[in-house]
Structures are given as C-alpha cells and as structure tokens.
Write a protein that binds this ligand. Structure first.
Ligand code: NCD
Ligand code: ZN
Length: 350
C-alpha cells in the first residue's frame, strides 16, 4: 500500500541564502513556513565576516519572518584571509556563530573576498578544530584550467583531502555535493565529514540546463552534473546515512540577472522544497528515511536537538500549485520548476 501521509519532526535547512533588504523580505517566509532553522549563508555584499555583523543580520532576518512563524536563523561567518582566530572563537562562544564558510575566491556568486591560499587560514582552522566549530566548504576549485564539471573532484583531491589529513579533528561539511566522487569520499570518511545535498541536484541533471536550449533558471553552482551523479546523490540522500542532510542552497536572483548573456548562478527552491523532496523519496521507495534527511541528521552533526514541532506531509490527487514567480521590489524571481507534478503538500502542525 502506498503511503499518502507522513508526520515528521519540523525540518531544518542546513544551507540557505536569504539575502538582505527587499529580497530578504520577499523570500524569508517561504523558508520560515516549513523549516524550524536554517544555516544562513554569509555571502552578502559586503560579506558577513564579523560576529557583530552577523548579529545585526540575524536581527534583520527575524524582522522579515512573519510573527506566527517559529524560525531560528543559525548564523555563519565568511572566512577571508584576514579573519582572526579570536574573532571566530568569540563568535562561537557567545552561541551566535554556528559555522564558518569557506569560499575559494571566485568560485561562485559573491565570493570575491574568499580564500586564495589555504595556508593563510590555517591558524583559524586550527582554532575551529579546537572548539569543534564546523567548516562549511564550497567544494570547487576555481582555476581556469579545470573543467567546470570536474571542479568538485579536483577540490576533493587537492584541497579537502590534504586539509583533512593535516587537521583530522576539524569538522567539515562538503556543501551541496554534486558528484558520485563526492558522495563516495564522504561515505569512506569518518564522522567529522558530512555533506549537504540540495533539492534541485536530486531532480535535475545537466540536460536541464543545456539540452534543447539554454535554461538559465537551472544554472547554479556547483553546476548540475550528468545522470550517474544525480543517481548517486539520490542513493546517498535516501539512504538514511547520518552524514548526508538537506541544504537547499535556495539562492534567489531576479530574473533580469539570470536571463542574461552572462546569467548568474543560483535558484530559488524554498517555496516547493519539501514537496519536491517527498516526491523524490517516494520515487525511491524511501519515504521512511525522509525524516532522517530533513530533520534528524543535520541536528546530529551540528550537535543540536531536533525541532520539537512537527509537520504533516500529505498527498492529494491535485498537484501542489506553487507560484511560477514571486515578486520583489526589483522584479520577479523564478521559482524552481521540478518539471514533474508534485502531489505532496505540507501542513505545519506547530
Ligand atoms: C549561490 C548564490 O547565489 O549566492 N549560488 C549558487 O549557484 N548556489 C552561491 C553558492 O552557494 O554557490
Ligand atoms: Zn549556496
């Protein structure tokens, strides 16, 4: 008999871009409606590099969340070559800073202040290993000589593996893993390494971006890979393995900058993330493991309790109608279209 209802702990999103100002006000409620907490990416312009900036940003996020939503933003700092170990430990000991984000310089949207030379950040990483603060890595090298589809695998070989050998106690999340290589690397490692997986990388492969025309709304970084990688991600996400958990990487950009001769990377997936995930887990006959992926594995890695609230996921004969676009002061933002009907709806039970 097929399952048509599932009650699970309220999920969390372990990788989310909420932006700032009018964009923040336009998108925040989509996350706070369905998720109890989210790890907030710090790649604003300028980036959030100091705990004082993170505290103010946290306040702005809370103001953008509707009063009747129970949502806790978990703040991160953007690691630069100038970050000092004491800034990190001060932010972590106050309870404000839950992780630090490493962007290789130039790897993705708003990453210009990122790290060029890993050697310069070793004192910070040693401090983080000492205090158990997770390092979140955008796992792609940036050299023009490396093919864009190989950047994650090359990052693992040339940056992540040497780092883990040098500092095995450092707790690391390979963010938005997109390859079979990445999945296998995490599976073969100890519990100090985990990975987030997005909704869209479970649903699309690179054909969505390129076959039959260029579709900028399916362009994100790391770029979607070929089908065998999508299948490896689906196997990992639905396996129940506690080292894999949801990070939507919902990353809104206005249509005007996506639909361009040089369109930017990132897509808005928060409005339909849970319905899409329930569909994926149902297709894999693994609905039983959905709660592990969205609600339990993440808090376990971050050493937090699962949320006490619950959500009800239920299936109807009528597909869930999510908006094609949402409006912002700076124009519309296209919502991720999974290109398949989503029959799963979400009901927040508090
Ligand atoms: C993100 C963004 O727009 O901030 N874009 C993306 O394609 N995922 C940055 C990132 O996480 O790489
Ligand atoms: Zn991201």
């Amino acid at each position: 008999m097929s399952i048509s209802e599932l009650i699970i702990r309220r999920p969390d999103d372990w990788h989310l871009h909420l932006r700032d100002g009018s964009m923040l006000r336009a998108v925040a409620s989509f996350s706070s409606a369905d998720f109890g907490r989210a790890i907030i990416m710090p790649n604003l312009v300028p980036p959030i590099t100091l705990p004082e900036q993170a505290a103010l940003y946290r306040q702005r996020i809370l103001e953008a969340v509707p009063d009747n939503h129970d949502f806790e933003p978990l703040m991160t700092l953007y690691l630069t070559e100038a970050t000092r170990p004491d800034e990190i430990s001060h932010g972590a000991s106050s309870g404000l800073i839950k992780a630090v984000k490493l962007y290789p310089a130039g790897a993705t949207t708003n990453s210009d202040s990122g790290v060029r030379d890993m050697q310069t950040i070793m004192p910070v990483l040693e401090k983080m290993a000492d205090i158990g603060l997770p390092l979140l890595v955008h796992g792609e090298v940036t050299g023009a000589d490396v093919d864009i589809f190989d950047r994650e695998a090359v990052f693992i070989d040339t940056v992540l593996e040497p780092l883990r050998r040098r500092l095995p106690e450092l707790r690391v999340v390979l963010e938005h893993v997109t390859t079979e290589t990445g999945v296998n690397y995490v599976m073969a490692s100890d519990n100090n390494l985990a990975a987030t997986i997005t909704v869209h990388h479970l649903i699309i492969n690179r054909n969505a971006i390129l076959a039959g025309g260029i579709r900028p709304h399916y362009y994100c970084l790391p770029v979607a890979k070929r089908e065998k990688h999508r299948l490896a991600l689906r196997a990992a996400a639905t396996s129940g393995d506690s080292r894999f958990f949801l990070g939507t990487d919902s990353a809104p950009h206005c249509d005007s900058v996506k639909e361009s001769a040089c369109g930017c990377a990132g897509m808005l997936t928060s409005p339909n993330a849970l319905g899409c995930l329930a569909t994926v887990f149902e297709q894999e006959d693994k609905l039983i493991n959905l709660e592990l992926f969205v609600s339990l594995n993440g808090p376990k890695f971050y050493r937090l309790s699962p949320n006490s609230g619950k959500v009800r996921l239920f299936k109807t004969q009528v597909p869930f109608r999510f908006p094609e676009k949402i409006n912002t002061e700076n124009g519309p933002v296209t919502v991720f279209d999974p290109m398949l009907p989503i029959y799963w709806h979400v009901d927040n039970m508090g």
